[in-house]
Design a protein around this ligand. Structure first.
Ligand code: ATP
Length: 364
């Protein structure tokens, strides 16, 4: 069984390096506890690198990412550093396209005691996953939009090939969640098929995949209605699958339900590669203060271990991911890992240390 994994690390811009540090420390700790090795290769990319060198994603960094078993990425981009056409530097979007990371996985969970703006009935739990297509949709048009004096156009692209892979992924995820007792085996297609032909096409491909899974259930919800459902009845949701732009917006709503961007993890997964990164950006407004919340980054790292364990049939690596997630939940519930954005006073370092302490407890 494989027991050494190569991880490409992009620590990026703004708060990126600050939240990556405790995350690497925790990964090393949990790997040691579970007797496997992680070899980290930290590579440059992002807005800071672009302003120094004129390159946002050096080819060596891309090669290291391509050769790695998994990619850990904090946050990239700075509002003041832009390409000549005015768009922001976002190598994470280039990586998604280069490595064909079509499935953006955004879990939305509320652990006991976790603050949420919702008034949830006491017996309700939130545990659902948003799967955002991440290589096409409206983002296909990035950098290709046409703007004249009087008109601007962007194109939305939905392909059969990517949609079929995406829906297969979503149904397999629902199956795994049902087996582990975390979901009821239900997939919802989020679209706008009542207005756009492209979404009717998307929905048709979804229905074809649903027909192959008699053990699971499926339905469709228009994206505007889904924003209501996520706020009014989030406990009914299990796996949601949607187009890139809709997913971009809904994932921030999901993060808000969890109590903020600082605790929302994510993964971008393809057939051969995967990137794990928090939902938030580089938060330049708080960079350098040591107060950034590292939890979303740490939970993304836990997702990485779970994915590595599943794809390499390595149960102890998957178990390490579960231990790390549990340690985060306990540290949050104890109040010791609450940074300023969550109403607490912990620094980035203290939040990481609180998780480490509980991780030792989980492992003992
Ligand atoms: P992007 O477009 O790159 O996703 P964004 O414009 O959505 O970025 P973020 O960088 O995510 O913006 O920051 C949005 C707000 O959330 C900022 O006020 C920032 O300070 C806050 N924020 C984001 N991440 C964290 C974090 N890890 N800890 C504390 N605050 C955060």
């Amino acid at each position: 069984m494989k027991s050494t994994f190569d991880i490409a690390v992009f620590d990026g811009d703004g708060i990126g390096p600050e939240i990556m540090k405790p995350t690497i420390d925790l990964l090393e700790r949990v790997a040691q506890q579970n007797q496997f090795q992680l070899r980290f290769d930290v590579v440059p990319a992002g807005a800071g690198h672009f302003s120094r060198t004129g390159e946002s994603l050096p080819s060596r960094s891309l090669d290291v990412a391509r050769d790695a078993d998994a990619i850990l990425l904090s946050a990239m981009g700075l509002p003041a550093v832009r390409y000549p056409d005015g768009t922001e530097i976002s190598p994470q979007i280039e990586l998604r396209k280069e490595l064909d990371l079509f499935a953006g996985v955004r879990p939305v969970t509320l652990a006991p005691g976790q603050a949420t703006p919702l008034k949830l009935p006491p017996d309700r739990r939130i545990d659902f996953v948003l799967v955002r297509e991440s290589t096409e949709g409206l983002f296909w048009s990035q950098g290709k939009g046409e703007v004249t004096q009087d008109e601007a156009r962007e194109t939305l692209v939905i392909t059969r090939e990517t949609s079929e892979k995406l829906f297969r992924f979503a149904f397999n995820l629902a199956q795994r969640r049902r087996q582990s007792g975390r979901g009821r085996g239900h997939v919802t297609c989020v679209d706008k098929a009542n207005v756009f032909r492209a979404f009717a096409f998307f929905r048709g491909l979804f229905d074809a995949e649903a027909d192959r899974h008699s053990e699971l259930t499926a339905d469709h919800v228009y994206v505007d209605a889904m924003t209501l459902w996520m706020v009014q009845k989030p406990w009914l949701l299990d796996v949601l699958v949607t187009e890139n732009m809709f997913g971009d917006i809904l994932s921030d709503l999901g993060a808000a339900l969890m109590g903020g961007l600082g605790i929302a993890p994510s993964a971008d997964i393809g057939e051969n590669h995967a990137v794990f990164q928090p939902c938030h950006g580089s938060a330049p407004d708080i960079a350098g203060q040591g107060t950034a919340n590292p939890i979303a980054m740490i939970l993304s790292a836990a997702m990485m271990l779970e994915w590595l364990g599943q794809t390499h049939d390595a149960p102890k690596v998957e178990q390490a991911g579960e231990s790390l997630r549990q340690a985060v939940e306990s540290a949050m519930a104890s109040g010791q890992a609450l940074t300023r954005d969550l109403g607490g006073e912990a620094t980035t370092e203290q939040a990481g240390a609180a998780v480490a302490k509980l991780l030792d407890g989980v492992a003992a």
